[in-house]
Design a protein around this ligand. Sequence first.
Ligand code: SME
Length: 163
Amino acid sequence: MFEHKTIDTADKTAFYAELAQQAGGLMTGETNLIANAANFAALMFNALPDVNWAGFYLYDGQELVVGPFQGKPACIRIALGRGVCGTAASMRETQLVEDVNAFDGHIACDAASASEIVVPLVRADGSLLGVWDVDSPTVARFDQADRAGMELACAAFMRANGG
Ligand code: SME
């Protein structure tokens, strides 16, 4: 059984370092992408305060398709360049959206979502695996420390999944 260790959320740098380490541990010895993505989403969703959705959109060679996640049922397919997820995927750059209502083209899946962060998942060979997406019901929930921390956790995910 995985024992979820409570981590101090006051210091975001330390919080995400610990979270990335826990994520790496959780995926050690497992090569199945869906299994690892499911456990990664569950770990993050339960550890991160003030979030209402956390999960993956995986690139199928044409568009993004929803993958393992925690939260309410979500939109299934997102074209590259569309919404926050499609923008992160096509620009290959983390999107930090303080207010989703102010983001032109934001795709609303859960009406409760007010802010969002999306990290692109790019393999070492430059190909796109998908994106990691976290929503919060609070405006401006994510800052630059969250961005660095999410990117750290996503790097651990990519390392564990042949990325
Ligand atoms: N808001 C996202 C869609 C995915 S949901 O947040 C789960 C977007 O605009 O791409």
